[in-house]
Design a protein around this ligand. Sequence first.
Ligand code: C2E
Ligand code: CA
Ligand code: CA
Length: 488
Amino acid sequence: MKRNKKRIAFQVVFLNLVFILTALIIYRLLKGTVTHPMMMLFIFFALINGLFIYISFWFNETFYRREIFYSELERIPNQNYLKTLNKKHFKNDNILLVSIILSNHNKLIKVFDEMFFYKIMNNLYDRFKKKLKAKNIIISNNIRKKMLIIDGDNYLDSLNIIVSVLEEEILIEDIPIKLEFNIGYYLKENNNILTDDNIFFECDVASTYALNNSLKAVCFNEIEDIYQYDYNLLKLIPNAINDEELFFYYQPIIPASKEEYLYLEMLIRWQRDDLVIMPNDFIPQLEETLLINDISVYVLKKAIDEIKKYLLDGYKVAMSINVSAKNLISDSFVEDAIKLIKESNLDPYHFEFEITEGSAINFTEKLIKNMSLLEALGIKVSIDDFGSGFSSMSYFNKMPINFVKIDKEITSHINQNKNSNSLIKNLIVLLHELGYGVVSEGVETKEQLDFLLESGIDYVQGYHISKPLSYDDTKTWVEKNYNKHVIN
Ligand code: C2E
Ligand code: CA
Ligand code: CA
């Protein structure tokens, strides 16, 4: 900031010197003298001009400061503000870092609107400033995450104040609001705080843990061991890809109509020594890192190889690949995927991307844009596990999807009572009306299959048709059932 001011001052002096010099040259050319009253007037104007330039630079600077260092609508400092801090800001050797996830922010924005949420944030910021001591720094990391840097002797007191501020009822436009929140905190040494680009890393991990386990506040030190396990696991992934430790089971998804294709869903497994690790034990961790892109590219490459092998044997099968919403908001992943599919020279109908409903909830413009790119190429996109999350159908309106996969939990309610049957039947009708193909997963009995076929289902998948099978068993299954499709 100081260097900026010097530069501005230098620019002002320089501009004025040019101004005065030009005036002098003109005046000399006119054969006048420097002390002539006209010349004095000129110099006077030059100085006034300099003053104006300086004031306007100063205004610009203040404006620029607000733009760069504050989240504009919330009027809370953002992460850039951290860079303006220096050692003198902190008195203590250790600083408490707090990460707050406002877990009901989506619901609040949905019920009210974003502007209303910003008002809540502003109110929260004011109350934090009032109740905590002046040296506490509050940062808005993004709309749902706020960070606090607490430089005080009594951290526990500060934590209690934070919780009580968050628990207080907020009155905005006469409407009482209650925030839902999860806190992660971590005590960090003061001297590496300013050099560390990711100072909130540990408290972020703790707040995500608090959110996932419905806990109010979690200290990073309490979960460090669990985190270490995940961290070690993640470190092994690049080798697992290179050493071919990852392999697949395949589960058929069969069409109700003979005209449609047979799909094989690729379900990943990880062979570590004698142990087979199931996807639910490592995919969620990978989703928190960019490694999820490497995994999905690997799955796609495998899918291409296998489709080609099946084609050589005379079977036109399609492969269903589970992708994370995180993959689809990554431009580089989508570019790589499109490139791989184009280079494979395979017809795009051979590929289906399944996205879990939960991960698609926070869909962004980018997710929609990238899904449209895939769809434009002819790749099928489905929403997986429909009915297991909290999303509503209104989310889908803007999404370019071809299929909805009804979750196995819903399938399990078939024939449990009359209401559930009519609900499922109507759900299929509704999804058809919205233009989606409907797939039921977790079909475990003949009764469930009969009911679904009678209700107009398009595809079925589940233990009754086939359990997930090894590579060789899948080949045998395809040879035996390719022309049968729906098996009763
Ligand atoms: P999913 O996509 O919902 O996959 C279906 C899961 O349900 C599979 O578990 C499968 O074994 C199981 N299942 C299939 N039919 C039945 C049935 O009739 N009854 C019951 N009770 N269960 C059935 P799995 O293989 O453990 O996969 C778990 C999840 O891991 C998958 O859920 C998917 O979301 C994820 N996943 C699997 N492979 C990949 C992958 O390559 N990439 C990514 N990103 N995620 C993957
Ligand atoms: Ca799936
Ligand atoms: Ca599923």
